[in-house]
Design a protein around this ligand. Structure first.
Ligand code: NDP
Ligand code: 2IT
Length: 445
């Protein structure tokens, strides 16, 4: 067995029943195998891969809270502090009923390499809870967030671990979490990012993941003699990442024809009206099906994924893991799609990814293409440390530069290993090389 195969066996043995975690590790290990081979003796000796696949610290805790009926509810909270090789642990919090150890481990593991690509000094982490914010009252959300932080505060801090948002956690939840952190610690400091603008949040953080996705998509397209201007783009999801992906794609001249949620999708042949989406999702916290009340010429398709029928040039999956399956990828390619760039984390299954690469579809993996969010989180951390506030234009232009730089790292690492169009390999190797170099320079601790 090769070293990579041995370590994959180990992941499965010590983390049984964690398919998403296995999937994320398998993809990284397959990509970095050639880079590992060249240094196999050294890496085996320092147990490099065994260490990378084991979180430095993994915390799970009870989150009791009282619902509006006066009944006590209980959820499980997590914080997986995966790697501090490059800086304080950094990564989002997800509140969604599907959250379990596998989802947390996969997200925390991916975050190590994504954060490395940003060039910012941030380690990798993830956290969250199986709490379902849907249908909860404002008071219940506050009660949950306060209880969650009452335990989490012990493990975080501006130089230790800095959580942010993810699915089900936006500026509202970060505000409630931050309020409780401040009460318990008596410190007004940058222990969370994605905060409100009045108390230490950064301009552009809200937009960063979506904007960054479109910036790097354009870099990749340019390198292949194409542009997003005039292209028909399909987006899935209608949350934070999807919304600001649509916004930037439209600003850059694309026609975006879809948005979705877990119930169904909207197809608007005239191009998505983003004011309507924001009104439904950000102001009213409604469902995307309501779009057709405001835009009767659009279509709402219930119970189906965007990827089942849409005709597009460019696909930007921005909802959740494994949403873009092989059969959908086959259909997309048949209907003329030539680029897929991931806004969500691991939205494309392994089979679909392999198929798209085989077909020569331009494919950017999430750990490169959605890194703009965490990159601006790091800029928020530095503004908090300096007690400084940067303008929208200033942060946006740095985000743009970071995404161009990520593209360059991904492109050149892929080329270095003789697979010039395999950006999955490029992203994994480029991130891996940085983490390994930092570990070596710190004496492999
Ligand atoms: P939001 O909670 O704002 O939005 C999530 C969207 O995805 C909603 O439209 C939701 O629909 C849909 N969705 C969630 N789970 C599923 C599912 N299992 N099946 C179908 N649709 C689903 O989250 P974000 O926009 O922040 O996150 C979206 C993705 O982007 C996630 O993969 C996240 O990890 C990733 N990401 C987020 C970053 C950030 O800065 N926020 C940064 C980098 C990556 P519904 O309302 O019906 O649940
Ligand atoms: O997946 C991600 O990169 C995020 N959810 C953002 C993490 C962050 O710390 O801003």
């Amino acid at each position: 067995m090769t070293y990579v195969e041995e370590v994959m066996e180990r992941v499965k043995k010590f983390n049984p029943g964690e398919p998403e975690f296995h999937q994320a590790v398998q993809e990284v290990l397959d990509s970095v195998a050639p880079a590992v081979e060249a240094h196999e003796e050294e890496y085996r000796k320092v147990k490099l891969l065994e260490r990378l696949i084991e979180p430095e610290r993994s915390i799970s805790f009870q989150v009791p809270w009282v619902d509006d009926n006066g009944d006590v509810q209980i959820n499980r909270g997590y914080r997986i502090q995966f790697s501090s090789a490059l800086g304080p642990y950094k990564g989002g919090l997800r509140f969604h009923p599907t959250v379990n150890r596998s989802i947390m481990n996969f997200l925390g593991f991916e975050q190590i390499f994504k954060n490395a690509l940003t060039g910012q000094a941030i380690g990798g982490a993830k956290g969250g809870s199986n709490f379902d914010p849907k249908g909860k009252s404002e008071r219940e959300i506050i009660a949950f967030c306060h209880s969650f932080m009452t335990e989490l505060f012990k493990y975080i801090g501006p130089n230790e671990d800095v959580p942010a948002g993810d699915i089900g956690v936006g500026a509202r939840e970060i505000g409630y979490l931050y309020g409780q952190y401040k009460r318990i610690t008596n410190q007004f400091e940058g222990a969370l990012t994605g905060k409100g603008l009045l108390y230490g949040g950064s301009l552009v953080r809200k937009e960063a993941t979506g904007y960054g996705l479109v910036y790097i998509t354009e870099e990749m397209l340019k390198a292949h003699g194409k542009t997003i201007e005039g292209a028909t783009v399909a987006v899935s999801g209608s949350g934070n990442v999807a919304t600001y992906t649509v916004e930037k794609a439209q600003q850059m001249g694309a026609k975006v024809v879809t948005v979705s949620d877990s119930n169904g999708y909207i197809y608007d042949p005239d191009g998505i009206n983003l004011d309507v989406v924001k009104e439904i999702k950000e102001l009213r916290r409604g469902r995307i099906s309501e779009y057709i009340n405001a835009v009767p010429t659009a279509q709402y398709v219930h119970g189906k994924s965007v990827w089942e029928d849409v005709v597009c040039d460019i696909a930007l999956p921005c909802a959740s893991q494994n949403e873009l399956k092989l059969e959908y990828a086959e259909g997309l390619v048949e209907r003329g799609c030539y680029a897929v760039c991931e806004g969500a984390n691991m939205p494309t299954t392994r089979e679909a990814t392999d198929f798209l690469l085989e077909k020569g579809i331009l494919f950017l993996p999430g750990k490169a293409s959605n890194a703009g969010g965490v990159a601006v989180s790091a800029l928020e951390m530095s503004q908090n440390s300096m007690r400084k506030r940067r303008s929208f234009e200033d942060v946006d232009s740095e985000l743009h530069e970071i995404m161009k730089d990520i593209w360059e790292q991904v492109r050149s690492a892929a080329a270095d290993y003789g697979q010039p169009c395999n950006y999955v390999m490029g992203a994994n190797i480029a991130g891996f090389r940085k983490v390994v170099k930092a570990m070596r320079e710190q004496g492999w601790v």
